[in-house]
Design a protein around this ligand. Structure first.
Ligand code: B12
Ligand code: SF4
Ligand code: SF4
Length: 375
C-alpha cells in the first residue's frame, strides 16, 4: 500500500480494533504552548518531579524532531478506561489503576501497530512510541491531532467521550494524512472542577499546582506528605479522580466506549478495606499489585497513603492496626500512622503514641509522634 490516505485509514482502523477509541494524526511541528510549560516549571508547579525540568527534558519537548529527526507524522491515540462515578467512603484507587498497568498494555499494542504498518508499506518504519513515558507534551499533541480540548481541570476532553482515556503517541518516519486540530473550547462558564478540588490544586482555569494535587501526593511524592494537606485527601490512596468525576462531559459521555479486559475493574482495586491494607507485607503488596500501576508507590508509599486515609476515616476500630503500624520498618509509614492516631484521638491512642515515643529513634518520626500527642 502506498497511498497516504489509505495507509492512514488502515492504521486508524487497526488501532480501533486494538481498543483505541480515538485516533488522530498531527505533524511533528514545535508545540504551540511550550511557553506555558516553561512558565509552569519556572513557577515550581512540578513539585519534586525534577525530571520534568532538566535541560534535556525542556529541549526535547521543544520539538518532536529532537526525538526522531526523520519523523514525518505522529499518530495520537486514546484508550478508554472505566469512569469512576462513585464517591462512596472506603479506600479509593483512581480508576485508571483498577487493573493492569497501562504502560505495559499500550506499549505492547503500539509495538503491534508498528508491525502492522510495516506489513502495509512493505518496509521497516523508523519509530518511537510513548504513553506517559517520554519528554513530550502529550495533551498538546492530542489537541493538535483533533482529539479534544484542554479542560479547565487540565485534562484533555473529547466531546463524545469525556476525559477517562489514556493518551499514547506513535512517532513515524512515514507521511500520514493530518487531522485538523481541535479548535473549540467547550468548558464555557463551568467551574465545577475548580470548585470541587479539595486541595485548591487547580489555582486557576488550566493551571494545576502539582505540590497540592492528591494525585501527585499519593503517587509521586516521596517521604512525608505535608500535614496541612492530609485531611483534604479523604480516602484516596492512589491517584484522584474528583476533577474528572464532577465534569459534565464525563457525566454525560464517559464510560460508553468499550473497555478492553486489561482495564476492567478488579474487585481488589475497587473495594479497598483500609484495615487490611495497612497490614500488607512486602510480599502481599507485590502479589496484589504485581501488574498494576499501584506498584509505582512501592509498599512504603502505599501504606503511608493508607495511614492518612485511616486518619481521615477517624474510626476507633482502626487503633489496633495503626498501633501495629507504629512498628513498621518504613519510617514514613510509622510517621503517618502516628498522625492518624492523633486524628482519631482518645486515651488509648495517646498511650500507644507515648509508648512508641519511648522506642522511636528516627527524628522525623519522633516529630510526628510529638505533634500527634499535641492534637
Ligand atoms: C506530570 C503529569 C502529571 C502531574 C501534573 C499534572 C498536570 N496537570 O500537569 C500529576 C502527578 C499531578 C498528574 C496527575 C494526573 N494525571 Co498525569 N501526567 C503528567 C505528564 C507526565 C506530564 C504533564 C505535563 O507536562 N504537565 C505540565 C503542563 C503545563 O502541561 P499539560 O498539562 O500537558 O498542559 C498543556 C496544555 O494544557 C496547554 N495549556 C495550558 N494552559 C492552557 C490554556 C489554554 C487556553 C490553552 C488553549 C492551552 C493551555 O499547555 C500545556 C503545554 O502544552 C503527562 C504525560 C505527558 N508526557 O504529557 C501525564 C498525563 C497528563 N496524566 C494523565 C492522567 C490520566 C492523570 C490523572 C487523571 C491520574 C489520576 N487519576 O490521578 C491525574 C489528573 C490530574 C489533572 N487534573 O491533571 C493522562 C491524561 C489523559 C487526558 N485525557 O488528559 C496523561 C496524558 C498520561 C497519559 N499518557 O495518559 N499528572
Ligand atoms: S486530581 Fe484531585 S487534587 Fe488533583 S486537581 Fe484534580 S481534584 Fe484536585
Ligand atoms: S468541570 Fe467544567 S470547567 Fe472543569 S473541565 Fe469539565 S467542563 Fe471544563
Amino acid at each position: 500500500m502506498t497511498d497516504t490516505k489509505q495507509i492512514t485509514e488502515a492504521l486508524k482502523e487497526e488501532a480501533r480494533r486494538a481498543g483505541f477509541s480515538l485516533a488522530g494524526v498531527t505533524l511533528p511541528d514545535p508545540p504551540d504552548h511550550l511557553d506555558f510549560y516553561q512558565d509552569w516549571i519556572a513557577a515550581g508547579y512540578h513539585a519534586d518531579m525534577g525530571w520534568m525540568a532538566t535541560e534535556r527534558a525542556l529541549d526535547r519537548r521543544s520539538d518532536p524532531k529532537r526525538i526522531l529527526p526523520e519523523c514525518q507524522s505522529i499518530l495520537v491515540l486514546g484508550m478508554p478506561y472505566p469512569f469512576s462515578a462513585e464517591r462512596r467512603g472506603g479506600g479509593k484507587i483512581s480508576s485508571y489503576a483498577w487493573n493492569k498497568d497501562y504502560h505495559d498494555v499500550l506499549n505492547q499494542k503500539m509495538k503491534e501497530l508498528v508491525r502492522f504498518l510495516e506489513d502495509q508499506v512493505g518496509r521497516p518504519v523508523s519509530n518511537r512510541w510513548y504513553t506517559d513515558t517520554g519528554p513530550i507534551l502529550e495533551r498538546e499533541l492530542a489537541r493538535r491531532a483533533g482529539l479534544g480540548w484542554f479542560g479547565k481541570n487540565t485534562t484533555l476532553i473529547n466531546p463524545h467521550q469525556g476525559s477517562f482515556f489514556f493518551l499514547a503517541e506513535l512517532f513515524l518516519d512515514i507521511a500520514l494524512e493530518p487531522d485538523p486540530p481541535f479548535q473549540n473550547q467547550h468548558c464555557g462558564s463551568c467551574t465545577r472542577c475548580l470548585d470541587a478540588c479539595p486541595t485548591g490544586s487547580l489555582k486557576a482555569p488550566y493551571l494545576l499546582d502539582a505540590n497540592l494535587c492528591i494525585s501527585y501526593l499519593t503517587i509521586e511524592k516521596k517521604g512525608n506528605i505535608p500535614k496541612e494537606l492530609r485531611p483534604k485527601m479523604d480516602q484516596w490512596v492512589f491517584g484522584c479522580d474528583i476533577c474528572q468525576q464532577v465534569c459534565p462531559w464525563n457525566q454525560r459521555f464517559a464510560g460508553k466506549e468499550e473497555i478492553i479486559d486489561a482495564f476492567q475493574p478488579r474487585p481488589e482495586s475497587t473495594r479497598i478495606d483500609l484495615q487490611e491494607e495497612i497490614t500488607l507485607s512486602e510480599e502481599d503488596f507485590r502479589e496484589k499489585f504485581r501488574n498494576s500501576p499501584v506498584k509505582r508507590t512501592k509498599r512504603g508509599g502505599y501504606l503511608r497513603n493508607v495511614a492518612v486515609a485511616l486518619g481521615n476515616q477517624g474510626l476507633k476500630r482502626s487503633l489496633k492496626s495503626l498501633t501495629a503500624a507504629l512498628q513498621d520498618r518504613d519510617a514514613a509509614v510509622r510517621g503517618h500512622a502516628a498522625w492518624a492516631l492523633g486524628e482519631i484521638g482518645g486515651e488509648l491512642a495517646r498511650e500507644k503514641l507515648q509508648e512508641a515515643l519511648g522506642e522511636e529513634e528516627d527524628q522525623r518520626v519522633r516529630r510526628e509522634i510529638k505533634s500527634a500527642l499535641h492534637t
